[in-house]
Design a protein around this ligand. Structure first.
Ligand code: CUK
Ligand code: CUA
Length: 624
């Protein structure tokens, strides 16, 4: 690869992908010996997890526009589970049960980009996982005791919360910058009024662990730009956070050209403790039920740091002293110093302002620019246990290891191909583990058996324990790996069965409590599922039959009374387009209108015993 490619690439963003494929199909650069036969055996041993033993890490990978979260084991790279988050999933009844429908609303899909673990003292605590939905502007929280989603909220005034900013050190906040700027409340406004009526609203989301509820604490009406990646400060930078921007040109059409004009965009550097204080002091306006800080009127706490054009990732070093921006359209990585930034703020070393937000002098905050030779398209940076940085290079398709203290390139490894993010073991905590990094590749190109014109994406596991980085495993993955987080397996404490819930009015835990109650044209079934039968009304002639009238509204409340780990039952009614799941001890409700008269078998969808096939009954719908 020649450095001369840079202007061509920067000049035509559409060329990025084309260039990538070109590179991928030509034997260029350092990519050549990742999987030579001499290393194959050793690599196989390194990733082999024998039956009966378990992986050392969980990898939580975002499912992009599948809307879901994919869970893998590392180092085996085996896919363990898909947890439905923003999209329907018939395998688990997500999007059919009443509980999940209440969280999903009318949406049937989402675009999950950034997962983020809850943290205590800057370390993953293994309790919760947060995620955002770019497509339908939502945020979600998953309980890691059960790997199920507990809450989903819509985030008003914003459009496309791309990056769940890796939560603050003690999960005080999850910040949601927005990819698209829109008028507040998504009201109508001509694009000719973009600069005056549109905002890129950033939301400060909080989580109440007791109530298991997310809420929006306050928002900031940032200028009408696009906000991309972000990271929270730690240690000496606790209370601060950084967000990258692009389209500070405020283009409203042809973004691929028009949003790449200016040589510099900005990093938004803000002090959330100060913003929190401003809100407490009433320095905000209430719009659409939200407390919004308008930087043009409410002064303080927010600064702009100039950065090479259209940056993508920004990552805070584990020791919290620096933040590193990646160029996307520039080959440069820029290392900024928090200490220098704090001094520059104190001395008011400003070069101007935009929308009332002071712009810090680039030179006052920048520590060094890093340009690893021939490396193109830096996107995201992770860290190891020695504070060394690993940056994915989208265009030159590699991971480059470098020293943030000196800027020196230490090592590089080709990946196949075009990595977006990578994720290191506990990589964005205050104490990364080293050991492993996984490249999340956008393109796999002939790495796996062909499945037609669209090839699978891939993840590659890289061993960091030797003197050189080494790719030791590749795994095809579902679309689309954006970002992932990797946590030590022993930090996650799952439960074996759901406890009985005496406060759940829909739960029944014994056969004699089962019943079918009618209220007008509403029919409530309080039933149980157990190996290997349904009992909807133990006193009835046929306890496994539900009989209703055409047009009735039917609620089936189903409790799984098998308090045995892994005995999950399903409940589907043929031709009624519904299916739910009840895990051991769990109660779930499915609601439907019996709008089709006739006879419909119902059955357990989840294989639960040798007599699983017998676990069936009938829904009889009497015609009007
Ligand atoms: S983004 Cu996909 S490569 Cu959504 Cu984190 Cu950078
Ligand atoms: Cu219950 Cu199959």
């Amino acid at each position: 690869m020649k450095k001369g490619i840079i202007p061509a690439v920067t000049g035509l963003v559409a060329g990025v992908l084309a260039s990538t494929v070109f590179f991928a199909s030509t034997d260029v650069g350092p990519r050549s010996d990742a999987n030579t036969s001499s290393t194959t055996k050793t690599n196989a041993e390194k990733v082999y997890v024998p039956f009966g033993e378990q992986d050392e890490y969980y990898l939580f990978a975002s499912g992009g526009h599948s809307g879901q979260m994919f869970i893998y084991g590392v180092p085996s790279m085996r896919h363990i589970r898909t947890v439905p988050v923003f999209s329907q999933d018939s395998a688990t009844g997500w999007g059919w049960s009443k509980e999940s429908l209440e969280l999903l609303g009318d949406y049937t899909w989402g675009d999950l980009h950034h997962p983020a673990f809850s943290e205590t003292n800057g370390d993953y605590d293994g309790k919760w996982m947060f995620a955002t939905d770019v497509a339908n502007s939502r945020a979600a929280v998953m309980d890691l005791k059960t790997f199920t989603v507990k809450d989903i909220i819509e985030v008003p005034n914003t459009s496309g919360p791309h990056c769940a900013m890796f939560v603050t050190e003690n999960t005080e906040y999850m910040f949601l910058p927005t990819r698209f700027s829109v008028p507040l409340g998504s009201a109508y406004a001509s694009l000719d009024e973009y600069s005056s009526k549109y905002y890129g609203v950033m939301s400060a989301v909080q989580f109440d662990e007791e109530k298991e509820k997310l809420s929006i604490a306050w928002q900031v009406a940032l200028p009408p730009w696009s906000y991309d990646l972000s990271d929270a400060g730690k240690g000496p930078s606790h209370g601060w956070a950084v967000v990258t921007t692009y389209n500070t040109e405020e283009a409203t059409t042809n973004l691929e050209i028009n949003a790449s004009q200016a040589d510099r965009d900005f990093i938004v550097l803000f002090n959330w403790k100060e913003l929190e204080k401003m809100v407490a002091e009433g320095q905000y306006e209430e719009v659409n039920g939200q407390k919004i800080i308008f930087p043009s009127k409410h002064k303080g706490g927010i600064y702009l740091v100039p950065v090479a054009k259209s940056p993508h990732g920004v990552d805070v070093t584990p020791d919290g002293t620096r933040f590193i921006a990646s160029g996307k359209l520039a080959p440069a990585l820029t290392v900024f110093s928090f200490e220098k930034a704090f001094k520059a703020i104190e001395n008011q070393e400003f070069s101007g302002e935009k929308y009332g937000i002071p712009i810090l002098n680039y030179e006052s905050v920048m520590e060094r620019e890093v340009n690893p030779e021939n490396a193109l398209g830096p996107l995201h940076t992770q860290f190891d246990d020695k504070g060394m940085a690993y940056t994915t290079m989208f265009i030159s398709s590699e991971i480059v290891k470098w020293d943030p203290n000196t800027g020196e390139t230490l090592d590089r490894v080709p990946v196949q191909y075009s990595p977006g993010h990578s994720v290191a073991a506990e990589g964005d905590t205050v104490s990364p583990d080293g050991k492993y990094i996984v490249a999340l590749n956008k393109i796999a190109k002939d790495s796996y058996l062909s499945v037609g014109p669209s090839h699978p994406e891939s993840m590659q596991l890289i061993d960091l324990s030797g003197p050189k980085m080494e790719v030791i495993q590749s795994a095809p993955v579902n679309p689309e790996p954006h970002y992932a987080q990797m946590i030590k397996a022993d930090k996650i404490k799952t439960i074996e069965v759901y406890d009985k819930d005496p406060n759940n009015p829909y739960a029944v835990y014994s056969q004699d409590q089962t019943r079918i109650e009618r209220k007008g044209n509403e029919v409530h079934v309080y039933g149980i599922a157990m190996r290997s039968k349904f009992i909807f009304d133990a006193k009835a002639k046929r306890p496994d039959v539900i009989e209703v009238n055409e047009g009735d509204k039917v609620f089936v409340h189903l409790t799984n009374i098998d308090f045995d780990e892994d005995i999950t039952h399903g409940f589907a009614i043929n031709q009624y387009n519904l299916n739910i799941e009840v895990q051991p001890g769990q109660t779930s409700t499915v609601e439907f209108t019996a709008n089709k008269a006739g006879t419909y078998p119902l059955y357990c969808t989840n294989f639960c015993s040798a007599l699983h096939q017998e676990m069936s009954g009938y829904l009889l719908v009497k015609p009007k």
